[in-house]
Design a protein around this ligand. Sequence first.
Ligand code: AKG
Length: 387
Amino acid sequence: MLETDGFQDFDFYMLRLMAKNLCHQGLRYGGDNFTRELRGDVASSETIFGDSTFKNNAQVKENARMVSMSEQTSLQLPELDISQPVRATSLSSLYQACKGWGFFYITNHGINKDLYDRLRALAHQAFNVPLDAKLKIGPLSAVGTYTPHFIASPFFESLRVSGPNYFASAKGLSDAIFEQPNIEFCHILQQYGEAMVDLSRRILAILLMCLGDGIETKYYDSEFSACHGYLRINNYSRPEESSTDEVEGLGMHTDMSCITILYPDEIGGLQVRSKEGKWVDIMPVKGALVVNIGDLLQAWSNGRLRSSEHRVVLKQTANRFSLAFFWCFEDEKVVAAPEEVVGGDGGKKIYRPFVCRDYIKFRENSERGRFDKVGYTVDDFAATRDS
Ligand SMILES: O=C(O)CCC(=O)C(=O)O
């Protein structure tokens, strides 16, 4: 439960909470440059919210300027046909992509376009209910499945649906926000959730093959069979004022998953940060889903598979929509790279073993790490001192 500092008025509290978040951790939606700007120029949360709406103030323009200043190019990533048995050449290019960028595409994934279109339409209805209804499942509720605007970014809101029973989770959400029962919403999310679980298992098995002969056979069941997943439905809205500048819709972060499967829309805007710190576009590819490595698999693979910092920039006036499915170790899992996996990298363990729950707590409890945003990553939490 969040500490309310004794404020009785919920709206006022939410504003303070948002402002506090923005100030304390230097804008999860703003990136490094903007962090410095904000800390230097804005003395208090009152300054941010002192006048009318946030969307029209100078901070947004400044944020847009910062995003535009970054150098951007786009990236060619391998497309893995997940419907076919994997070939040695595919494994090799997949491994290179995962080592270098932590991102790749999958094709022939079996997610029917009609299913996606229907899910998108129903999600649109869900985001369009009055804010009061959404806040019934917001950050101050027992479930916390709705993240309102201004928590992760002024332009971002999301709904979370968790497994293993996606129907039940979606029902809890839909009963709270829709006036009438919406069973179709629950069925569609169940179908999507179950398809994602199946895909996650297949992708993970292939990624283990990348780590060496016999790794998948030896470790898939013992290490990964208790994984679980949740879906985050992301809705991005542009600031109202028309501008050609880009704004950051979701700030730089790494995912606290083993892998994440993203169904982006056609608009684009996802960017990955290179090892040298440059932002590079990951363009949507028709019919393909985007997969990225999360912190837990980076740690388990002894850093051989990279969990990259990424973000979303809004380049067009249209709203943006995405579905991000996070496939994670169970909370009580001790994450430790096996000797054979470490051996492939010179034999030195670069992370100490840690309990998954402790890492999640570390991210959630630190101002800079909360809401999945970067500031702290698994490197800050578990890297061995001499690595
Ligand atoms: O919307 C996107 O393209 C990316 C979403 C994302 O990074 C996340 O939900 O963690």
